[in-house]
Design a protein around this ligand. Sequence first.
Ligand code: PGA
Length: 258
Amino acid sequence: MQKSKIKIVVGNWKMYPRTFAEAEAIVGKLKGLTKKIRRVKIVVCPPTLFIASVGAVIRSASITVGAQNAFVFDEGAYTGETSPAALKSSGATHLIVGHSERRALGEDDRFVARKIVAGAKSGLTVILCVGETTRDDAGAYFTEVGSELRASLSGFPKSLIKRLVIAYEPIWAIGASALRAAEPEDFREMSVFIRRNLVDMLGKRAGLTVPVLYGGSVDERNAGGFLNEGGADGLLVGRASLDPKKFSAIISAAADCS
Ligand code: PGA
């Protein structure tokens, strides 16, 4: 199966850190530590308010900034929402959509589906997160991920597949309370399943070319396994992306197999 050659490593900072000074320090160190790294697409997704300023600190061809959320319209009377067009204009290149932590706040597949289309139409590369809540012996989690993927992509036009990335993030593997990370083999079989669904929905080209990332308790020790044995096109990293040393080690692992 053809894979995207350049790996993508995305840091999801969630609602950390509290201040721009801290964000600046993290990204400044990361910039230094990744200076020599080639052939990896590095995306840092800080809290929305820091996107423009973090982007200004980075100013580097190999690191870009992304957003963790956006609304479904580019402008309008929607108090407190963030427009995909404004994100693009602030320097964002990527947009995470449908993260399980947002779904837990009430976002359903229909809303996620609208967000993906709006983000991609505004010129952002959208990273659609999918993943099951728990694993069972009978394999019902495939049905869960399949229906989430299909519902979230309903309405996504084929013409925008270049702006689509999928991140498989099993919910049981995310965050400080996670049981553990998944195994590379868990990722491999799920990515084959995801690609089969992409072919059905968006055609053969989508199935072959849309990058499929792994996310959930990725650290500097397990990153290589997901990329090599798991065949991941990249990684979506939470906690470890706030530690420049750990994050740059993960990025190096991606560079080694690009
Ligand atoms: P984690 O988060 O790496 O801290 O498990 C991943 C994510 O939520 O995207």
